[in-house]
Write a protein that binds this ligand. Structure first.
Ligand SMILES: Cc1cc2nc3c(=O)[nH]c(=O)nc-3n(C[C@H](O)[C@H](O)[C@H](O)COP(=O)(O)OP(=O)(O)OC[C@H]3O[C@@H](n4cnc5c(N)ncnc54)[C@H](O)[C@@H]3O)c2cc1C
Length: 411
């Protein structure tokens, strides 16, 4: 075993990476964590957006639960409610940055460019030209590697068509004709915010009706609370099970888990956007894209509409708010030999109860772990469970290693 190796390298400094690092800080394990803090939120979500998750489910996790969003808002005298008051994305970013400063001051603001296996450790390289060895690597790389754009659009020039992740600042679209493709929360958020900035926007969605989440009503009668308990993922027993007992989800047969991750918690938009949408936002619903063609300075979309008629419309720009699809093959910083050793299903890693892949020492948390631990891993709410579970496991590995080496040296 290489003694110069650090115990743990964490790739990514979003809610999952930072929460894990905050937990590891209390263990006797040495660790390093890499990435720009909260970057997905500050650079890849539309400015002015509000979170879909309720206040009580929008936390980063320190080991003693001291610095939740509620505590931050109280310190800063910001309005806060556990339920029913939308959290501004700017508040969540500032909270995450404050969390990082307090609990993970050692964060290194560099990108990890490579991870490969060298004997029984990992060699990690960064864009600061550093090479280090680590016994464990935790991939907490979040959503940015996994954007999904439908094939019809993905071939078009990037200056005409982009995934919603690449459109955080929307002011440049003022006065331009923009199509937002998709009918989920992200599509609605983008379309509403574009309209507010003065863009001539149209939402184009396959679904025939946009169904919004209902606004939360509290307090609820006992019978309602029994029938549909509240959880970090919303109302209902299914959401409760997914959010509170992910190990039970993990124990379910693989085919059921994959189905549940696909179908549970669809992309329904939030209740608080409804007012800005109904009767205000131009929409083509029940629409399917037939083809898309780049034209000078724009894109022509051929769309089959709900009444089966065909329309050809020219837009200056198309934003595909078409979601995310986990694919190990998109994690280019993992060496291809290493990637090929990871047991996977549908190109997503198969993880054991410690979030560890079939390559010993290589762990995945967050979205990439959803097929193993359920839809809660798609949300910040799942970061608490992942941080506790992985940090406990890594601490126990450290203890075992220390006992092992003490036994060797006393022999
Ligand atoms: C529009 C939108 C709205 C959402 N709203 C909510 C919501 O309301 N509530 C909620 O809980 N979730 C929401 N989500 C989901 C949200 O993305 C996740 O909850 C959250 O980001 C998970 O945290 P994470 O740490 O896994 O990932 P991220 O926040 O994506 O953090 C991962 C970080 O790793 C970094 N990284 C990646 N590769 C490397 C590398 N090679 N080296 C160094 N760093 C790297 C990335 O830059 C990123 O900063 C939303 C997502 C979208 C797209």
């Amino acid at each position: 075993m290489d003694k110069s190796a650090v115990d743990v390298a964490i790739v990514g400094a979003g809610p999952y990476g930072l929460s894990l690092a905050a937990h590891l800080r209390e263990s006797q394990r040495s660790f390093r964590i890499f990435g720009a803090p909260m970057r997905s939120w500050s650079h890849h979500m539309p400015k002015g957006m509000c979170l879909k998750s309720e206040g009580f489910a929008s936390d980063l996790y320190d080991p003693h639960g001291e610095f939740r969003l509620k505590a931050y808002c109280a310190e800063k005298r910001l309005d806060y409610a556990d339920i029913g008051l939308p959290v501004k994305v700017e508040t969540f970013i500032d909270y995450g940055l404050e969390f990082q400063q307090r609990y993970v001051p050692s964060l290194e603001h560099v990108q990890v460019t490579g991870v490969r296996k060298v004997g029984d450790v990992f060699e990690v390289t960064t864009d600061a030209d550093e090479r280090l060895l680590a016994r464990h690597v935790v991939v907490a790389a979040g959503i940015t590697h996994f954007t999904f754009v439908p094939p019809l659009l993905s071939e078009l020039p990037k200056n005409l068509v982009g995934h919603s992740l690449h459109h955080s600042a929307l002011q440049n679209f003022k006065g331009r004709k923009v199509a937002v493709i998709g009918g989920g929360a992200s599509a609605i958020d983008h379309a509403v915010l574009l309209q507010r900035t003065g863009a001539d926007v149209e939402l184009v969605a396959r679904r025939p009706v946009i169904r919004f989440h209902e606004p939360p009503v509290e307090p609820r009668p006992l019978i309602e609370r029994i029938k549909a308990p509240r959880s970090g993922l919303g109302l209902g027993w299914r959401s409760r099970m997914c959010s509170e007992i992910p190990l039970v989800f993990h124990a379910m047969p693989q085919s059921l888990r994959l189905k549940a991750v696909k179908s549970h918690l669809g992309p329904a938009p939030c209740w608080f956007t409804k007012e800005a949408v109904v009767g205000r936002l131009p929409m083509r619903l029940g629409a399917s894209l037939l083809h898309a063609r780049a034209e000078t300075g724009g894109v022509e979309l051929a769309i089959r509409q709900q009444d089966q008629s065909e329309a050809r419309i020219r837009y200056d720009h198309v934003i595909a708010a078409t979601g995310y699809k986990v694919a190990l093959s998109r994690l280019h910083f993992l060496d291809s030999a290493l990637r090929s050793q990871i047991r996977n299903v549908a190109d997503t890693p198969i993880l054991d109860r410690q979030f560890e892949s079939s390559v010993p020492g290589l762990h995945f948390v967050g979205l990439a772990a959803a097929n193993s631990f359920g839809p809660v891993q798609r949300f910040a709410y799942g970061a608490g469970f992942a941080a506790r579970r992985v940090s406990r496991y890594l601490a126990s590995r450290g203890r075992r290693r220390r006992i092992g080496s003490a036994a060797v040296s006393s022999a």
